[in-house]
Design a binder for this molecule. Structure first.
Ligand code: GDP
Ligand code: CO
Length: 433
């Protein structure tokens, strides 16, 4: 791959937000050459070997809920063979067992691909038992079953991925129409990790365009409907603390993202579709230095965030206006409810929701989301032990199963909440720079 270096870098405490990077060539050739990682001062060349070196250490988690089998098969065929694929499904099991059909179809396809794919249902009682054994009961409902939602599925996927001992985890939605786009996203995740210097890193895809039919012609829209608003508010939040206006964040709602496992284990989750913008919020809450001291190891190593602009158009299943509105409201709620969100920004969020008629004028923002602590709060050894005689276990690497060290266990937002009267405390943030 040939990719430009980021033009701008916004620093926030130990977090480095890199600007969107453009890809000049999807495949820049074989051979780990002398100029690997550096072509000239602004373009980086990454050989196929370097990209593949990351693929071998990566798990790709594919969340599924009631998608068409053909669509899922296309997505799986786009994932490079060296990645370990984990499909987490929440498709209904009654009256027709859709999950059974999915699992059967995926495992059949996997034989032809000769690919390692673990397929499981989010509500497998065994996983709920493993969660309980590990002390991670947060995603269980009163019946002790794992709750519905994309984030809840992603949490299980992250725990299982962690147990495989692989270093990176990437997420790819199962409703993508273009296998070529899926392949590209994974290569771009790898490119980001090739460039990262820190063990705490994240790569988010900023898709180049989204095709739509307008007056019988194809029109390539630049941004999604919800993203524009989420990005603006996230940028406003950063500006409040740094004192400088910024447009650095362009991937607030990116479903396609990947993380180093070290970072993935330390981030808290929020429920349903709010999880993607919450990554930004939680990184700022936990590591931004606004309140409390971030972990020493993170301070030393820093966190690097990459945003890479993909070349393939992004085309996924159309799920209607109501779905987009719910997602956008959830994104706004997760920013609004953060203890680090200043009053002025809360007003801006409400105005935005009133203007878009996502909230009735004067109405308060209802609290619809739940928060779950980072998976480093789970005893993964006990989680693995519960699954030891089942199909999951063949993907685990015993030597790597250990409790992740966490200097601030529990939900970070609860710890900050009592402390908010001091915010915004710009000096503290600037001091850390
Ligand atoms: P959008 O692409 O962000 O508009 O949202 P989608 O509705 O397409 O969802 C993104 C991905 O998450 C798709 O692959 C869905 O099939 C999947 N998904 C949605 N809800 C759930 C859920 O409750 N559990 C799991 N495991 N996957 C889900
Ligand atoms: Co989708």
């Amino acid at each position: 791959m040939r990719i430009e270096i980021p033009r701008e870098v916004e620093r926030f405490g130990p977090i480095m937000f890199h600007d969107v990077q453009k890809v000049y060539e999807l495949d820049a050739g074989l051979r780990f050459a002398k100029n690997e990682g550096q072509e000239n001062s602004t373009i980086v060349r990454l050989s196929q070997e370097s990209i593949n070196g990351i693929e071998e250490k990566m798990v790709i988690v594919v969340p599924v809920m009631e998608e068409r089998i053909k669509l899922i098969e296309g997505v799986l065929c786009g994932i490079p063979n060296d990645c370990l694929t984990i499909v987490v499904s929440n498709s209904p099991r009654e009256p027709i067992d859709r999950f059974y059909i999915e699992k059967d179809a995926i495992e059949h396809a996997a034989r032809f691909m000769n690919k390692d794919i673990l397929v499981f249902h989010q509500k497998d009682p065994l996983l709920a038992k493993a969660c309980q054994a590990s002390g991670y009961k947060y995603i269980l409902d009163k019946q002790n079953s794992v709750m519905d939602g994309k984030a809840e599925g992603m949490i299980l996927g992250t725990m299982l991925a962690n147990l495989t001992g692989r270093k990176y985890i990437g997420f790819i939605d199962s409703d993508n129409f273009f296998p070529g786009a899926v392949l590209e996203y994974v290569k771009e995740y790898c490119a980001g990790f090739c460039l990262a210097k820190s063990r705490y890193s994240m790569v988010r895809i900023s898709w180049h365009s989204k095709p739509k039919i307008v007056q019988s012609n194809l029109f390539f829209a630049k941004r999604g409907r919800a993203s524009e608003h989420t990005n603006r508010i996230l940028n406003s939040l950063i500006s409040t603390y740094t004192g400088y206006g910024t447009e650095i964040i362009k991937t607030g709602n990116a479903g396609e993202h990947a993380m180093s496992m070290d970072l993935a284990a330390k981030l808290d989750f929020s429920s349903g579709y709010s999880i993607e913008p919450y990554h930004y919020i939680n990184m700022l809450e936990r590591f931004g230095g606004i309140s409390g001291n971030p972990e020493k190891d993170v301070l030393k190593n820093r966190i690097e965030l990459f945003q890479i602009e993909s070349r393939n158009p992004h085309l996924h299943e159309v799920k209607g206006d109501i779905h987009v509105q719910d997602m956008s409201r959830a994104a706004m709620e997760v920013i609004y409810r953060s203890p680090i969100c200043p009053e002025s920004l809360k007003e801006e969020i409400l105005d935005d929701l009133y203007n878009r008629k996502l909230l009735k004028s004067g109405e308060k923002l209802p609290e619809t989301l739940s928060y779950y602590p980072a998976i480093c709060n789970a005893d993964l050894k006990k989680f693995a032990k519960t699954l030891e005689n089942h199909e999951y276990a063949k993907f685990f690497k015993a030597s790597t199963i250990k409790k992740v060290k966490n200097e601030t266990p529990g939900l970070i937002r609860e710890k900050i909440e009592g402390n908010v009267e001091h915010l915004p405390d710009q000096d503290k943030v600037l001091e850390m720079k």
